[in-house]
Design a protein around this ligand. Structure first.
Ligand code: GLP
Length: 250
């Protein structure tokens, strides 16, 4: 079943509000199912909107949310730990765990400092499976069509593993490393398409004009390894939320 037509909202702020509301709804309606979370610039306003939403809840609901929070992030750079501000663990702490007062252990990520990254990828994939898989998986879209750090080419059955990042992705993510693509780690641990496609629901979020070409490719191309996000056409419950700039059709 191809990905349904997107919800096209006016701007990134509107997208962030909408996505935050859906994340909160998923947490409240299915507290037993872990959320799948993503990092990146697209998600920063989403988490800011989620924090505002949660802070507006009655105290009892806020405490309940904190007590039952459970999420697994998609990925982490090999070699970076939470003490490094460029790590995804640090980003999650900054944007979500600290402002919401969530215990760090409630937000899981692959351990970028594990002495054996291959084993860590196996452990992390098994931890997601042991939790019953992901309920709602939040996804951003890489300029080359990656989701998580599943770089092209990528098979639909790729599991949680260590990947080598493409030059384009290291360039895309250089902002967190003082603008230097060379400073971006060469490898990462990422959930695979296998775990992503097993999520009950997927929420794909695309904002900004730079993503317009890859979004058009995604909507036109059949599923295939050259555009990893295109495997989402095979998922039965994908919600695509974009802003006008990414939609690019006036
Ligand atoms: C990154 C992350 C993805 C993210 C994507 C888009 O490299 N691994 O999880 O969704 O690329 O990033 P951004 O939102 O900064 O454009």
């Amino acid at each position: 079943m191809p990905i349904a037509d997107p919800e096209v909202l006016d701007n990134g702020a509107a997208v962030a509000e909408r996505v935050a509301a859906l994340l909160l709804q998923a947490r409240q309606e299915h507290p037993q199912l872990p959320l799948g979370l993503a990092t990146g610039r697209t998600m920063e306003p989403v988490y800011a909107a989620l924090v505002r939403l949660v802070q507006g809840l009655p105290t009892s609901e806020r405490l309940d949310l904190g007590a039952h929070w459970r999420s697994f992030n998609l990925d982490e750079y090999v070699g970076l730990g939470p003490a490094d501000p460029a790590s995804f663990a640090a980003a999650m702490e900054r944007h979500l765990a600290a402002p919401l007062g969530l215990a760090r252990a409630r937000l899981q990520l692959p351990d970028g400092l594990a002495s054996d990254p291959l084993l860590e990828a196996e452990r992390y994939g098994a931890a997601v499976a042991a939790a019953g898989g992901i309920g709602l998986q939040l996804l951003g879209l890489g300029l080359n069509g990656h989701i998580g750090f599943n770089e092209p080419p990528c098979a639909a059955d790729a599991r949680c593993r260590v990947v080598t990042l493409s030059a384009s992705t290291r360039h895309q993510n250089a902002g967190a490393f003082g603008g230097s693509a060379q400073a971006v780690p060469e490898q990462a641990i990422t959930l695979g398409l296998s775990e992503i496609l097993a999520a009950r629901q997927v929420l794909l979020v695309v904002t900004g004009s730079a993503k317009a070409p890859v979004l058009q490719r995604l909507l036109q191309d059949p599923p295939g390894p050259q555009l990893p996000a295109s495997w989402l056409h095979r998922h039965p419950a994908v919600t695509l939320i974009v802003d006008r700039d990414a939609w690019g059709r006036g």
